[in-house]
Design a binder for this molecule. Structure first.
Ligand SMILES: [Fe+2]
Ligand SMILES: [Fe+2]
Length: 156
């Protein structure tokens, strides 16, 4: 995932992945417990899952500091992530699953190629819209600046 050689960044990424995974895993375990009528176990998993989200969000803010990032930058980060998924990661996983004869996993990976591509396209469309808005704003600013200059000149 990362191009950095910092062990701490790599550890944060692993911790972020682990806590995020624990969140989903515990929601899944809660569903299993609930299906067996064990509401107490289900409730404990659901409560713990909520805490794992908070742990993951804490790691996320160290990896992607909210104070330093704007919507355009996070859209770009998201596009890069989804693009990696549909161009490299899932095609590789899909190929391996087919070779291994695991058709369920192959089907799931193929679906994820399409989903990730769709997500990347949605993020890119919004980013393009934002870029247009910025360009329009810049033109308005330029017009205001010119009007201001004219007024300054005529006042002289
Ligand atoms: Fe945790
Ligand atoms: Fe996605």
């Amino acid at each position: 995932m990362s191009t950095t050689h910092s062990p701490t960044i790599a550890n944060l990424e692993a911790a972020f992945a682990g806590e995020s995974m624990a969140h989903i895993k515990y929601l899944h375990f809660a569903k299993i417990a609930r299906a067996h009528g064990d509401l107490e176990t289900a409730a404990l998993f659901e409560e713990t899952a909520k805490q794992e989200v908070q742990h993951a969000l804490g790691h996320a803010d160290l990896l992607f500091p909210a104070a330093k990032l704007n919507p355009q930058q996070v859209l770009q980060l998201a596009i890069a992530g989804e693009t990696h998924e549909y161009t490299a990661m899932y095609p590789k996983f899909h190929h391996a699953a087919v070779q291994e004869g695991n058709h369920l996993a192959a089907g799931e990976f193929a679906e994820q190629i399409a989903e990730s591509q769709q997500h990347a396209a949605e993020f890119a469309a919004l980013l393009a819209k934002a870029a247009k808005r910025f360009a329009a704003l810049a033109k308005v600013e330029e017009r205001h600046a010119k009007q201001y200059e004219k007024r300054l000149e005529s006042a002289r």
